[in-house]
Design a protein around this ligand. Structure first.
Ligand code: ARG
Ligand code: ZN
Length: 881
């Protein structure tokens, strides 16, 4: 196998650059095929660096047409160009000097969507992590901070809008059909935060007055005609700005904040200084086209990118190993924001569901890596749920351990101490150690040890002594490159529930520190004795999911039911219901696989239906309670030798049993929760829709006729209800004429809205069963499909591979062979997209032998291809190791 680059980068090799970059002036003459970039870099040799040391700049697929040193052409003997570097020798010993580099780019043919590219006739850039080196030769690493001036020249007609970071300096007509604009960003920034956008776009404008009274212009740029669909994003932006002032004391620092929505984008969005660029999926919304989940995502991602202005931009990463420094912290901040905007408990349940379904499998498979890795081959493959979501959980644990006030103090110290710097995780943690006087070295293992810790617990009550003894044990499973693990510092929030709904006092305890309801589990084995416990308690662990762990405790359904009814922590109630369901689904799977009949336990039926019917609970919570663990959740719980068909059969039968026994409740809810007023995307209305749709799911699964789903589809007046009804039809009655009809209606109604058509692709790609592969193949030839657009590819191929366990894991291996072919097809155009979709196979080793063999062969087929990107070869090799 040949790969582009095989270099492994190690954290321990980090050293600062030999040269200090003082200033950058960039001039772009934009053209679809021949864009000329002139980069003027002012540098000086760092003190103490050898006078003979050359300047080595990064480059990637660049064509250089000019190179000047202090305005004079550089002799050929003084520089070398390789595929990925420009090396310049003979530079001044101490004096500053100026290097001027001219490169020629072809944005139109840049299909990797890194560097400068075109999307829908708009020029745009994506530079994180290493895209700036595709624009010019540069010290392209996050610890090189400089002030940038940017001049943009472009055709006036096709690109009336010329944007870059910072504040607008001015512009003029060039008299030749072109015009120019100049931007200056006074803030020090690394190259990955550079951005340029040019084109013809519509705008939504507003203003925000900061806490010190400065007025900031807010602009969201979208395709002409789509302006009304940016209103919610603008609202979310203003709420984010206000929240960050109130919660973290962070004020915005430029005169203007811009967001541009583009339709071709590899990721969700990008926090470029003052000029965020977004996948339009996370900007555009209206009731007819966006679901409640879309609204919630827009709110979260607008906030996330805005919050990066302080956690990422003002304080950035020293090197890419520190990615969690900005991502883990910023995800934590956006989670807290959403929790404040919506229901905190429901938000937490959704976060934990996501963490368990995405991050836990990553941590348990061949791609497992620490939150702060120590080596990588392709940094783009480390924008993972471990770095982001587990990184956020680690930040949350610091807040839990220190408490609200000390956490706030630590954050204040971080902002004060490191503003304008590129720093490390150690610098971040030191702020919390310093304000609290605590030693956080054991805690820091969360950054360094991969794998989800497993905590096993058992309790014994002594009625005579009135003590409750808890035996706790933790293990961290081995992960690639880390076979032996140290015990972690686990903050375990807990309660001891007494029969009458009261709670035992935890203050009289031996064997562990307890602060409030946080038990500090620090040893491999720990025995904890609570005294003064007047009756047998039911322990409830990991309230609010205070630690990202797996927990094994022998608990009867009765005890779990007590938690589900009486816990003061709503999250813990949901967790208990989920535990009842999961245990039932696992045993049902064993029965289904053995050809035996599947039974639904009374505890599950009663628990779910009781929660659903409890009008004292908010609808969004009740809908979460009703939503059974997914097939992937069940597979993860089983852990090995998985048969996705057996899991599916078992889950469907449990669903049916609940549908039958709860029918009365579900009929009532479907009726009561139906909307009476006009659509509003707020959390409460969304919760009512979610509960109604959960009830409808059961009703439809309890019936053998598509009539109800077809009626809901016909009556829906918003995308949440419409797409849910479509999924019910397609997944429950894939071959019914009503389904074909609904799919055709949907396609026709939304044919000109690609983001909605993505839902249409996804719903069909996730129809359970082996037959779906042929549908997916047929859909790839459908005129609305476009294999060059990442959103289209993700919604069709990605949904099939990530979210269709029975369809993708066909026993004959055809699903894997199809994916291998797609990966090899996508890779030459867009390696990042190919590598990301390939991670759908990360749990292949937990499949039963026949499927695992097919999966291995498909991976080997990819690995054996003649030319692979570094992105894909890195993933496939780690998965096969
Ligand atoms: N920093 C972006 C965020 O907000 C993600 C950009 C990742 N881009 C990439 N090509 N790896 O999370
Ligand atoms: Zn981010």
């Amino acid at each position: 196998m040949r790969t582009n680059t095989g270099q492994i980068i190690h954290l321990e090799d980090y050293r600062p650059t030999d040269f200090v970059l003082e200033r950058v002036d960039l001039t772009f003459e934009l053209d679809p095929k021949e864009t000329k970039v002139e980069a003027r870099l002012i540098l000086h040799r760092r003190e103490g660096v050898d006078a003979s040391a050359p300047l080595v700049l990064d480059g990637d697929e660049l064509v250089m047409t000019g190179l000047l040193l202090d305005q004079e052409e550089l002799a050929a003997a003084l520089y070398d160009v390789t595929d990925d570097t420009l090396t310049i020798r003979g530079l001044p010993e101490t004096a500053p000097f100026e290097v001027t580099i001219t490169t020629m780019l072809s944005p139109e043919t840049n299909t990797k969507l890194m560097g400068l590219y075109r999307t829908n006739s708009v020029y745009c850039t994506q530079c994180e992590a290493e895209g700036f080196r595709r624009i010019t030769y540069f010290p392209d690493r996050p610890d090189v901070l400089a002030v940038y001036t940017v001049n943009i020249i472009a055709d006036k007609k096709s690109a009336p809008l010329l944007l870059s970071n910072g504040n607008y300096l001015g512009g003029a007509d060039m008299g030749d059909g072109r015009h120019f604009a100049a931007w200056f960003d006074p803030h020090l920034k690394p190259s990955y935060l550079f951005a340029l956008v040019a084109g013809d776009l519509g705008v939504v404008e507003d203003t925000f007055t900061t806490m010190s009274g400065r007025e900031v212009a807010l602009k969201i740029y979208v395709e002409h005609g789509k302006e009304p669909r940016a209103a919610y994003a603008m609202d979310a932006l203003k709420r984010s700005m206000k929240w960050d002032e109130e919660t973290f004391g962070r004020e915005y620092d430029l005169d203007i904040f811009m967001i541009v929505a583009v339709s071709d984008f590899n990721m969700g969005a990008m926090e470029n200084k003052g000029l965020n660029v977004f996948n339009d999926k996370y900007v555009l919304a209206d009731p007819e086209t966006a679901t409640d989940a879309d609204y919630a995502n827009i709110e979260a991602i607008i906030a996330h990118e805005y919050f990066h202005n302080w956690t990422g931009n003002r304080i950035t990463c020293r090197d890419w190993f520190q990615l969690c420094l900005k991502e883990g912290l910023t995800v934590y901040r956006d989670h807290e924001f959403s929790a404040d905007m919506r229901s905190r408990a429901v938000k937490r349940i959704a976060e934990v569901r996501h963490l368990k379904s995405e991050q836990f499998p990553e941590d348990a498979g061949p791609l497992a890596h620490p939150v702060r890795p120590t080596k990588y081959r392709e940094i783009n493959n480390f924008y993972t749920t471990t770095v982001y979501e587990k990184g956020s959980e680690v930040t949350r644990m610091i807040a839990t351990l220190l408490g609200r006030d000390l956490f706030k103090k630590g954050m204040d110290l971080y902002f004060e101490r490191h503003d304008g710097q590129a720093v490390t995780i150690e610098d971040f943690v030191a702020c919390f150690a310093d304000v609290s006087g605590r030693n956080l070295s054991q805690f820091s293992l969360w950054y360094h040890q991969a794998g989800t810790p497993l905590v096993t617990a058992s309790g014994a009550y002594d009625a005579g002594k009135q003590t409750f003894t808890l035996s706790l044990e933790q293990t961290v499973p081995p992960t690639p490159g880390q076979s032996a693990k140290e015990p972690m510092y686990i903050p375990l929030r807990m309660g001891l529930l007494l029969g009458n709904g009261a709670e035992a006092d935890l203050s009289s305890v031996a064997g562990a520190d307890i602060t409030g309801d946080v038990l500090h589990l620090t040893q491999r084995k720990q025995t904890v004795v609570f005294s003064g416990i007047t009756s047998r308690p039911v322990p409830s662990f990991n309230r609010g999911f205070s630690a990202p762990i797996n927990l094994h405790i022998e608990q009867t359904d009765d005890d779990l039911a007590l938690i589900a009814r009486h816990e003061s922590d709503l999250f813990a109630r949901w967790q208990a219901l989920n535990a009842i369901a999961l245990a039932n689904l696992v045993s049902a799977t064993a029965n289904a696989r053995a050809g035996k009949s599947v039974t639904c336990e009374k505890a599950l039926l009663d628990g779910l239906v009781a929660a659903a019917a409890d009008d004292g609970l908010e609808p969004a919570f009740r809908s979460q309670a009703l939503s059974l663990p997914s097939e992937a959740d069940i597979a993860r719980e089983i852990g090995a030798d998985n048969d996705p068909d057996a899991i599916h059969t078992a889950r469907q039968q449990i669903l049916k049993a609940i549908a039958v026994s709860g029918r009365g409740t579900f009929l009532r809810l479907a009726d009561e929760m139906a909307s009476t007023s006009s659509f509003s995307p707020d959390a409460e209305s969304a919760g009512r829709r979610a509960l109604r749709n959960a009830a409808l799911t059961y009703l439809v699964h309890g019936e053998d006729d598509p009539k109800r789903a077809a009626e809901v589809f016909a009556a829906a007046d918003n995308m949440t209800d419409l797409s849910h009804a479509l999924a019910l039809l397609a997944h429950r009655f894939p071959d019914a004429p009503e389904t074909a009809q609904a799919l055709a209606t949907f396609r026709k109604r939304f044919a000109d809205n690609a983001l909605v058509i993505d839902k249409w692709f996804a719903v069909q790609a996730t129809i359970p069963g082996a037959g779906t592969l042929n549908r997916v193949k047929a859909l790839m030839t459908e005129p609305l499909f476009n294999g060059n657009n990442p959103n289209r590819v993700r919604s069709l191929v990605g949904s099939y591979a990530f979210a269709n366990p029975t369809g993708f894991n066909r026993a004959d291996g055809e699903g894997y062979r199809f994916l291998a072919k797609q990966i090899l097809d996508i890779d030459p155009r867009n390696p990042q997209l190919a590598a990301r979709i390939l991670t759908s196979m990360r749990s292949w080793r937990s499949l039963e032998d026949t499927r695992a063999d097919h999966a291995r062969n498909a991976l080997k087929e990819i690995a054996g291809a003649t030319k692979l990107s570094a992105d894909v070869s890195d993933i496939v090799e780690r998965m096969l190791k």
